[in-house]
Ligand binder design. Structure first.
Ligand code: ATP
Ligand code: MG
Length: 269
């Protein structure tokens, strides 16, 4: 993936930076201004909620951030690289490397089992046969689907399908996780366990998670709550500091940050 940051590049803490990004949908004479010029940043360690009424533009914003849709205007940087000036052919690779996306509409392959759906992403990310089987099983166990991982999406409930999407988004250790209403199809207890799982991904200090939700009860987990109204994004103030500690790729805590860990561990987040 030439041109992308690699293992030798310095670590970038600002994972996403949107500047004056807008999106209009046009069909014939009709134009829907789904996203008015909006700016947003997402840093490692942040667990951000995006709230807003139905039709306010949350999915549109997420799809633009997730490089699934081109914005009408504005600039998008992923890990410091301006993707709006990149060739379109580079975007799938960049998305695969950095972004795990949990879709509001699941987007699973119906002919593949839960296990195969997760393994497919790992294959695209370059995992070998044995390691992708092992990793897919671990991920499906983490979301509570180990016992039915050989079933196809059509043989599972909406909540179980949602959990396959979550396992798939976690596959391959993406540093950015964008989740579009990940708890909408889940009962309260399962929803909270999934939110805690996503929050814990951010708490490592290595990842950033943005979750679209209609559920204000989730605010207690957030480091920031942004709001969307009629396509206008209003960024929230930080509610609590994002973790100052970081864990490197080998799982080692950066020594110069250790004194701050106790402080973070004591916080409600
Ligand atoms: N592909 C599209 N073509 C035309 N208009 C669209 C398209 N997708 C979304 N819209 C419109 O853009 C606006 C924002 O839609 P969007 O799906 O982003 O809202 P949302 O906040 O995610 O809503 P919900 O909470 O119901 O999921 C709405 O008016 C919607 O009808
Ligand atoms: Mg939506």
């Amino acid at each position: 993936m030439a041109g992308f940051s690699d293992a030798l590049s310095p670590r970038v803490d600002r994972l996403i930076e949107l500047t004056d990004v807008s999106k209009e949908y046009s069909s014939g004479a009709n134009t829907v201004r789904a996203l008015r010029p909006s700016s947003l940043t997402l840093d490692r360690g942040e667990f951000v909620l995006l709230e807003g009424p139905s039709g306010s533009g949350k999915t549109t914003l997420l799809q633009v951030m997730g490089l699934l849709m081109k914005p009408t205007s504005g600039s998008i940087k992923i890990c410091g690289e301006d993707v709006t000036v990149m060739g379109e052919d580079k975007l799938p690779g960049l998305r695969l490397k950095h972004i795990g996306f949990i879709f509001q509409t699941f987007n699973l392959f119906p002919a593949l089992t839960a296990f195969e759906n997760v393994k497919l992403v790992l294959k695209l990310k370059g995992f070998g046969w044995t390691e992708r089987g092992k990793e897919a099983k671990t991920l499906l166990d983490r979301v509570g689907l180990g016992s039915c991982m050989h079933r196809k999406p059509g043989e599972l409930s909406g909540g179980q399908r949602q959990r396959i999407c979550i396992a798939r988004a976690l596959a391959g250790d993406n540093d950015i996780i964008l989740a579009d209403e990940p708890t909408a199809a889940l009962d309260t207890a399962t929803g909270i366990s999934i939110i805690e799982l996503l929050r814990n991904e951010a708490r490592t200090g290595r990842k950033a998670v943005l979750v679209v939700t209609h559920d204000p009860r989730l605010e207690k987990y957030a480091t920031r709550v942004d709001k969307m109204t009629d396509g206008i994004l209003t960024g929230g103030e930080p509610i609590r500091p994002r973790p100052m500690h970081s864990i490197d790729d080998t799982g080692v805590l950066f020594p110069h940050h250790q004194s701050q860990v106790a402080e973070v561990a004591g916080a409600a987040y």
